[in-house]
Design a protein around this ligand. Structure first.
Ligand code: PHE
Length: 461
């Protein structure tokens, strides 16, 4: 069975693929922005606590559910807990479907900015360029948006089409080292800028007076998104894992790398922003502002070696996004493969095509298309794109995460979870008792707090 389904070639293959899933737009786009909004320091500290106390235990739980059953998310939950839990699995598949549909649109922007910055690298940055106007024009251009997201979707489908080892693992092995390399280059350049000291202080010097209660919940909500938790991506990737690999070690490495990359990306962006007078005020306006409005210009006007680093940076964004979109499509496709017995090639094309129909809706959300750009299911979230993002981040991931804590902490037997985590491969620092305490009490209570906050009107998208 496991040969037929495919498996990772080694522990490193699994770790790279899962780390690739975790590192994505969440690290490069969302995390720096919410850190900015929540005044840095104390928020970052709270985020680190959430990652360790909630993210890490749930990461282990998802992987163990996948590996113990060797099935994708629907089959895995049915087998690990009971037939009724197939519904929870379907919730995850649906979440992957919706998340992929709009994530692809932002991923497509990275292609556009790569081509723009590459032109500027070759032809020079035209004086008086308004990067805000460029951004507004590109999102509102329906043909361009469709083309960019189609290109990205085709890339995602092409990877998943070739399967676990020949597609996903191969791309992760190739792209992740490149991504790390580009980040190191950028970090060196950014640390040399005059604003780097201020940036480090902003990020690492906690001032709890500047953190609001909503910020704590936002940190918790983001820990799900950034670690790809709550919708079965790690269950699915875990199902291709061999029994002689340590789930605990792998989880720790994935979580550490994801956190490190989020922090490095933030240091880079803030060093640039703090180096330019007046920039701090300018970026406060919008989530996309930092990544797609301020940075493109600053690469050419401020950053040392920026005309080379600019295009490289958007390559980095595209690679990080692709290693995430392929995990999202894999959740959906592997469900169709395992539960409906359709072969991988057909299943991938089918699922990729179906998701793309919804990608079209997301891609046109910024054009003057009635309904798509104006519908307002959730207050203050106009358009299909914002509606989908709001629903996924606020409702789907936290409820899915809560279900996982109940499955692994309460519904599955202790002997099964202990057998997966404490199987002789675990590192010396690991305590099964501590994990069990966190997954039964700490994580579900924390997640319940997010859900209650959402019910009370807090917004995490
Ligand atoms: N973790 C990804 C990011 O940070 C997003 C993602 C969520 C990917 C869920 C897969 C599953 O961008």
């Amino acid at each position: 069975m496991s040969e037929q389904r495919g498996n990772w070639s080694s522990s490193v293959g699994f770790i790279l693929a899962a780390t690739g899933s975790a590192i994505g737009l969440g690290n490069l786009w969302k995390f720096p922005f919410i850190t900015w909004e929540n005044n840095g320091g104390a928020f970052v500290l709270v985020y680190l606590v959430c990652i360790a106390a909630v993210g890490l235990p749930i990461m282990m739980a998802e992987i163990l559910i996948g590996r113990s059953t060797q099935k994708s998310v629907v089959g895995a939950l049915k087998e690990a807990v009971g037939p009724a839990w197939g519904v929870v699995g379907m919730w995850g598949v649906l979440c992957g479907f919706i998340l992929l549909s709009y994530y692809t649109v932002i991923a497509g922007w990275s292609l556009y900015y790569f081509s723009r910055t590459a032109q500027w690298m070759l032809g020079g940055f035209p004086a008086g360029t308004q990067t805000g106007a460029i951004f507004d024009a590109q999102v509102a251009n329906p043909g361009l948006q469709l083309g960019l997201s189609l290109a990205f979707s085709v890339g995602t489908v092409a990877v998943v089409y070739f399967g676990v080892q020949k597609g996903i693992e191969r791309i992760a092995r190739l792209f992740l080292p490149i991504l790390f390399g580009i980040l190191v280059l950028m970090l060196v350049s950014a640390l040399g800028m005059s604003g780097s000291g201020e940036a480090l202080g902003f990020i690492f010097r906690p001032d709890f007076g500047r953190l609001e209660a909503g910020g704590v919940l936002e940190a918790l909500g983001h820990s799900f998104f950034t670690l790809s938790l709550g919708m079965g991506a790690m269950v699915t990737y875990g199902s291709y894992m061999e029994r002689n690999q340590s789930i605990v070690k792998a989880s720790a490495v994935i979580v550490l790398l994801d956190t490190l990359i989020a922090l490095v990306a933030t240091i880079i962006m803030f060093s640039v922003i703090f180096s330019v007078a007046g920039m701090a005020e300018q970026v406060s306006g919008s989530t996309v502002g930092m990544l797609f409005i301020s940075l493109p210009e600053l690469f050419f006007t401020e950053v040392p070696f920026g005309n080379l680093l600019g295009p490289l940076f958007y390559v980095l964004v595209a690679l990080a996004a692709l290693t995430s979109t392929m995990s999202l499509l894999e959740v959906v496709a592997s469900y169709v493969i395992d539960e409906h017995r359709i072969d991988r090639h057909k299943a991938t094309l089918l699922c990729g095509g179906a998701v793309f129909v919804f990608t079209i809706l997301a891609a046109l959300s910024f054009s003057p298309v009635p309904l798509l750009s104006t519908m307002e299911l959730f207050e203050g979230k106009p358009g299909w794109f914002s509606t989908a993002d709001h629903f996924v981040s606020n409702w789907m991931l936290p409820t899915g995460g809560l279900a996982i804590t109940i499955a692994a902490g309460w519904a599955m037997s202790r002997s099964v979870t202990e057998g997966e985590l404490a199987d002789g491969t675990e590192p010396g620092w690991f305590s099964y008792g501590a994990w069990r305490f966190f997954i039964r009490f700490v994580s579900p209570l924390a997640v319940a707090a997010i859900i209650i906050a959402v019910l009370l009107g807090q917004d995490f998208s």
